[in-house]
Design a protein around this ligand. Structure first.
Ligand code: SAH
Ligand code: SF4
Ligand code: F3S
Length: 460
């Protein structure tokens, strides 16, 4: 057996792609190792969302290139993921020690690539535009990271073109995977012992919109035969119903929601279905309507407020988390403060934050004269993080004294005390002192206290 190491950067979509790549490689006598130094094949699955993540990927392959030059001449190196998709030719030309470059649109060609590189070739495997076969071929075997939660991508790509964001360029247009494939993957994960499935997509709540506008050929075929398209109205709510019907004790989550794509039907479905958890990740990006407009987000502060209020009114104990960018080009101090007030006003439980990073090809990257100075961005990001911290603690305090169902994910020793750690249905982390490993079990915990990022509890 040869050994393969994959360093995964970026979002869950990349993590899920890495699991699929491990799955494909297991058929080529490769076993997974956690130590890059003992690997015969090292791969990096890259992220381009910010300059920092891109720089990390390049410095990592630089290190691997050195190993190859000095101590491991037979080492094979692969460069995959979003940076590969975007800078494929440049990487191939400038890093001669890289054996293959594999973009996000063609991960299913990994087996072919492995044959070629083992025969001594260098391979550049990227497509500039996405072909529909990819979605069909997406039924690969998966070597999931062991644990409690299984990621299942349901859509890939994005049609929104927010002016700061590179994802539409690295992942292509939005494509939904068929319900059959998703349901099969979910059933497999549950029978393999996973206790939670998380449906993934850049915008999960637009799942299925592309079923109604399938390729022209397919559409005219079905018209000729007078057929109706059975998936025409199949959306996330229906998928959740079908997944909820799978037998077993498990939870269902979905991320990420685009605010204006959250339908009433979806909210009602979350309330109605017992396995679907009370948790929405709804990135707002900025609290200022003017900034949102410049970001090309299709809502303003008021519409976001309405959506969040509706979700809170209908879904008891719901957790709502968000993403925010500090220092978008042209953002004034007042506009930035609107982001801080939004976090308070909408009682956002937690938010991911980042300083704006200009990305090649995107619209906002051209507004150089409006760029905010680095030190101002850093200072705003720090204030933003402080606000996030404050609100997380505030929201956690609501649960002190309550008894909540916790799915245990971890067993660790914290400074001499054994602790089991898990999540509530509404995605709050709970630490419980306990001497046996209950990973994978659902327990009831009484919440006795809280720290900033997690609740403290005891078993009942
Ligand atoms: N589809 C999701 C976001 C995916 S990208 C949505 O629409 O909300 C994940 C997060 O990265 C974004 O929510 C945004 O906050 C951040 N991000 C994206 N591009 C960025 C950039 N150029 N600079 C800083 N943060 C960025
Ligand atoms: Fe990026 Fe906007 Fe698409 Fe989200 S919706 S992935 S932020 S372009
Ligand atoms: Fe990064 Fe690509 Fe995900 S750019 S955030 S790994 S879709």
């Amino acid at each position: 057996m040869k050994k393969v190491y994959i360093e995964t950067m970026g979002c869950q979509m990349n993590k899920s792609d890495s699991e699929r790549m491990f799955g494909m490689l297991s058929h080529f006598d490769y076993e997974q190792t956690q130590d890059a130094k003992e690997a015969d094949l090292v791969m990096v699955n890259t992220c381009s969302i910010r300059q920092l993540s891109e720089d990390k990927a390049f410095s990592l392959i630089g290190v691997w290139g050195q190993w190859k030059k000095t101590v491991k001449p037979d080492l094979k190196i692969g460069f995959c993921g979003c940076v590969a998709q975007q800078k494929m030719k440049e990487v191939f030309r400038r890093a001669p020690y890289v054996d293959f470059v594999l973009g996000t649109h063609k991960i299913y060609s990994l087996p072919e690539i492995i044959k070629k590189i083992n025969a001594g070739e260098r391979v550049l495997e990227c497509e500039e535009t996405h072909k529909t076969e990819d979605a069909k071929a997406a039924n690969f075997e998966i070597n999931r990271v062991q644990g409690v939660n299984a990621w299942i991508p349901i859509t890939e790509g994005c049609n929104n073109f927010c002016t700061y964001c590179i994802v539409p360029y690295t992942r292509g247009r939005e494509r939904s995977r068929t319900p059959e494939i998703i349901i099969k993957e979910a059933k497999d994960a549950i029978s393999a012992g996973f206790k939670e499935i998380t449906l993934l997509g850049q915008n999960v709540d637009s799942y299925g919109k592309d079923f109604a506008t399938k390729s022209k050929d397919e559409a005219s075929d079905s018209q000729a035969n007078n057929e109706t398209n059975p998936l025409e109205n199949y959306r996330l709510a229906q998928l959740l119903r079908d997944l909820n019907a799978i037998e077993g004790n498990f939870r269902i989550r979905f991320v990420t929601s685009y605010p204006t794509d959250i339908t009433d039907e979806l909210i009602d479905t979350v309330v109605e279905l017992d396995k679907v958890c009370e948790y929405f990740h709804i990135p707002m990006q900025s609290g200022s309507s003017e900034v949102l407009k410049k970001m090309n987000r299709r809502y303003n502060r008021e519409t976001y407020a309405k959506i969040v209020k509706k979700v809170r009114a209908k879904v008891p104990d719901v957790t709502i988390t968000s993403d925010f960018i500090a220092g978008f080009p042209g953002e004034t101090e007042e506009q930035f403060e609107e982001t801080l007030t939004a976090i308070d006003e909408f009682e956002l439980d937690y938010s991911n934050t980042a300083a704006y990073s200009p990305r090649e090809k995107t619209v906002a990257a051209k507004w150089v004269d409006k760029f905010i100075a680095e030190e101002v961005k850093t200072e705003r990001l720090a204030r933003l993080n402080e606000k996030v911290r404050e609100n997380c603690l505030k929201s956690n305090k609501k649960y002190v004294g309550r008894t909540m169902e916790v799915l245990i994910e971890n067993f660790e020793n914290h400074k001499g005390t054994n602790v089991i750690t898990g999540r509530t249905r509404n995605n709050k982390i709970v630490h419980i002192p306990h001497d046996t490993n209950l990973t994978g079990e659902f327990v009831n915990a009484k919440i006795t206290g809280t720290k900033t990022w997690y609740l403290q509890g005891e078993l009942v």
